[in-house]
Design a protein. Structure first.
Ligand code: ACM
Length: 268
C-alpha cells in the first residue's frame, strides 16, 4: 500500500481557502492513506479564546469532516487530518480519520504544547488503533512525539502506521521519529506544516520536512523545509508486524515490564 502526507502553509483563519487547498492536493495524491497537518484548516497561532471558538467544528457534523468524507469516498482514500473540535462546548485539538466508507473516528491530542493549554482541554480519547483493512493505524498529534509512551502504546495496540499531524516549531522531531520507529518497529507519517505566523508580537516558524519513516529506521521520504509537497512511500505492513530484531530479541516480548511498573506510577 501507499501512505503519505500533504505539506503546506495554512492561512490563519481562512478555513474555506485551507480546505480548498488541501482538497486540491489530496486530488493529486496517489495513495491509499494521506495525512494532513495539525489544525490544517485554521492555522495555529491564536491570541484569544474567541478566535479558537470561531473556527472549532463538531466532528463529524462540521464542514471540514464532511468535505474530507466526500473526497475520501470519491477518491477511495483514507485521510487523517488535524482540526479543532467543539464537543458540547469543550474544545480539543483533534484529528479525524475518514475512509471511503465515511467517518471512522477521532483522536484528541493528549500532550498539549505551550499555549494550547490555554485554549484546549487535554485529550480524553486515549490512544486508539483503527483497522482500515489494508492496515491498522494509530494517531498522535505533534508534541505527543516528545512522550515515547504515545508511540509505544499505539504500537502495542497493533498500529502498523502512526499518523502524525503536526505544526512543529522545534527542530528535533524528524530525528526523533527515526528512534520512535526503530524502538516500536512501526511506520510513521509526520505531516508537518510550513510557513510563518506572527500575531500580536508572537511568532512561530514551522519546520516543514514532513517525513515518512520505516520500522528499520530508514527515512523513506523527507519533504523540503518550505515548499508545498505531497510525499508518498510504499508501505509493507508485514514489516511492522514482525517485532523481531534477531533470533533472540523482540522489541515487544523482551520488555521487562516487571522492572518498569514502579516507574510508570512514580515521579522520580
Ligand atoms: C505542537 O505540538 N504543535 C508543537
Amino acid at each position: 500500500m501507499k501512505a503519505g502526507f500533504i505539506q503546506f502553509s495554512p492561512e490563519f483563519g481562512e478555513a474555506d481557502a485551507n480546505i480548498e487547498k488541501a482538497l486540491s492536493m489530496i486530488e493529486k495524491a496517489n495513495a491509499d492513506l494521506i495525512v494532513l497537518p495539525e489544525l490544517f484548516n485554521s492555522g495555529y497561532l491564536f491570541i484569544s479564546q474567541k478566535e479558537v471558538d470561531a473556527v472549532a467544528e463538531e466532528i463529524p457534523a462540521g464542514k471540514t469532516t464532511r468535505a474530507l468524507c466526500a473526497i475520501a469516498r470519491r477518491k477511495k482514500i483514507n485521510i487523517v487530518a488535524g482540526i479543532i473540535e467543539n464537543f458540547q462546548g469543550d474544545l480539543y485539538n483533534s484529528a479525524v480519520l475518514v475512509s471511503p466508507a465515511g467517518y471512522v473516528g477521532a483522536y484528541r491530542k493528549i500532550h498539549l504544547f505551550n499555549e494550547e493549554n490555554l485554549w484546549f482541554k487535554p485529550g480524553n480519547t486515549g490512544f486508539n488503533v483503527f483497522d482500515l483493512g489494508i492496515c491498522r493505524i494509530g494517531i498522535m498529534i505533534c508534541f505527543d512525539w516528545f512522550f515515547p509512551e504515545a508511540a509505544r502504546i499505539l504500537a502495542l495496540k497493533g498500529a502498523d502506521i502512526i499518523c502524525h499531524p503536526a505544526n512543529l516549531v522545534l527542530p528535533y522531531c524528524q530525528d526523533a521519529m527515526v528512534t520512535r520507529c526503530l524502538e516500536n518497529k512501526v511506520y510513521t507519517v509526520t505531516a508537518n506544516r510550513t510557513g510563518f505566523e506572527e500575531r500580536s508580537g508572537k511568532k512561530y516558524s514551522y519546520t516543514g520536512k514532513s517525513q515518512i519513516t520505516a520500522p528499520d529506521a530508514r527515512i523513506l521520504y523527507q519533504a523540503d523545509a518550505q515548499n508545498d509537497e505531497i510525499g508518498v512511500a510504499e508501505i509493507d505492513v508485514r514489516t511492522a508486524r514482525n517485532k523481531k530484531i534477531n533470533k533472540y530479541n523482540d522489541v515487544f516480548t523482551d520488555r521487562r515490564t516487571d522492572c518498569y511498573k514502579k516507574l510508570i506510577k512514580t515521579k522520580i
